[in-house]
Design a protein around this ligand. Structure first.
Ligand code: NAG
Ligand code: NAG
Length: 420
């Protein structure tokens, strides 16, 4: 349609395409002018042929006919105007947050305002206006958003990452805060790559505000998620054995999976990658992996970056900021599913399919299925994509932390087919 999205960093700028939008408006205007004139012409010329004697009666008739037509035309015009306004809103698509309501922070208003390009229409793109967008769902969290956007321009950013993350989890993405300075202490004790991959990360390197724990020792005592049980401990425990030493039949080893690859294994994407250990194992094999993570209950991004790996701070509701068919490998585990509806998982799977190249591998790693039915729905969903099953293992694991009852897990390595 008439708006183009340009993604830069974590923000989105939308541009109104002047030509398309205004030509649609012009066309509609032209149409309504022509219909108006046609109606008028009809009104003045098409009365039935009567005898001269009925002149006054006729005149009366003519007059009422004319006024009838005029009111019809007026109605037609106001209908067109309403339709036009609606069309314009749809074409622009960003008018979802009502900035005229009270309690909207002025910085948010400024951010959302349309800015005319200083040199007029851009000849290459046809853009006349620049509009910064925030996610449509921000409208539902307008008060939080306004609170988030209340800060001193050019001053220090408020220390409120938990608020920011709350907005993201309410699907308010991308975040609009731009014009303040984030607190930035020295990161002392970073190691060179590849030593950095397995060196314990100092507590001082991470930001702890808004988190329950204030150091890694505290975090390592907690089960943060299925992917992160003591995952910040790179020395003791299981983390430094993951992907190279199996605990059960659903644990595939990284070298076994890499042996299945064809046509080169160079870049990959890991979803819900905990503390980045999958990316670290792949880095040792000269494969660059981006680890998708939020900072839920722990400073995951800081930690992954300190290991010399690439953390991507993005919720899974976001369309991935990668072009089609670029990755050789996608690794995902239970983090793929947040217990929500199947449709949500389906949206995610389609987007993962989009960014994986033909011949690339999709490694679903110990995906937790609460019950047999869940496993069957997941299987049906996977099969719809027509991938070749290179490995497919259903296993039970005894839950170490809970009552010791066994749980069903699915691990699979799939190869994306060529689709033309
Ligand atoms: C009313 O319309 C008829 C038919 O078109 C026309 O002959 C007549 O002159 C009109 N009367 C007046 C008063 O304009
Ligand atoms: C990774 O790349 C380096 C430098 O090119 C090379 O020396 C090393 O053997 C490679 N490692 C693997 C596992 O391929």
């Amino acid at each position: 349609m008439g708006s183009v999205s340009l993604k830069i960093g974590d923000g989105t700028a939308r541009f109104k395409k002047g030509t398309l939008c205004s030509s649609a408006v012009n066309l509609l205007m032209l149409f309504s002018v022509i219909t108006t004139n046609l109606f008028a012409l009809y009104a003045f010329t098409s009365s039935p042929k009567h005898q001269q004697s009925d002149v006054s009666q006729n005149a009366h008739k003519n007059l009422s006919l004319v006024s009838e037509q005029v009111s019809l035309i007026l109605r037609e015009i106001s209908f067109s105007q309403r339709k036009l306004a609606k069309m314009e809103k749809e074409l622009l698509g960003y008018g979802t947050i009502d900035i005229s309501r009270p309690n909207i922070a002025s910085e948010l208003k400024l951010f959302l305002q349309h800015h005319q390009l200083p040199l007029g229409k851009d000849s290459r793109t046809g853009i006349t206006e620049m509009v910064a967008a925030v996610g449509h769902s921000c409208d539902k969290s307008a008060d939080l958003l306004s609170q988030y956007m209340t800060y001193k321009v050019s001053g220090p950013c408020p220390d409120d990452w938990s608020l920011a993350q709350k907005l993201i989890l309410h699907r308010c993405e991308p975040l609009p805060r731009r014009r303040c300075f984030v607190k930035s202490g020295p990161k002392v004790g970073l190691y060179p790559f590849p030593t950095s991959l397995w060196k314990p990360v100092s507590d001082k390197i991470a930001t702890w505000s808004g988190l329950g724990c204030k150091n890694f020792e505290c975090l390592n005592k907690k089960k943060l998620s299925r992917e992160c049980v003591g995952c910040f401990d790179l020395v003791n425990g299981y983390e430094n054995k993951r992907f190279v030493k199996a605990r059960g039949k659903t644990d595939f080893l990284v070298d076994d999976v890499l042996a299945l690859a064809s046509g080169g294994m160079r870049i990959g994407f890991d979803i819900g990658g905990g503390s980045g250990t999958f990316a670290a194992r792949m880095a040792e094999r000269n494969v660059t992996v981006i680890t998708n993570t939020l900072n839920i209950d722990g400073p995951f991004s800081d930690f992954i970056a300190a290991r010399g790996l690439f953390p991507l701070y993005l919720s899974l509701d976001h369309r991935f900021p990668f072009y089609d068919n670029v990755f050789d490998l996608i690794h995902a585990s239970s983090g793929l599913d947040d217990g929500a509806k199947l449709e949500k998982l389906e949206f995610l799977m389609f987007d993962l399919d989009r960014i994986l190249r033909a011949g690339g591998l999709f490694w679903l790693d110990s995906f937790y299925c609460a019950n047999e039915e869940k496993k069957n729905t997941l299987t049906r969903l996977i099969e719809r994509f027509g991938y070749k099953k290179l490995k497919w293992v259903v296993g039970e694991k005894v839950d170490g932390t809970a009552s010791g009852k066994s749980e069903v897990y699915l691990s699979t390595v799939l190869q994306k087919p060529v689709r033309l």
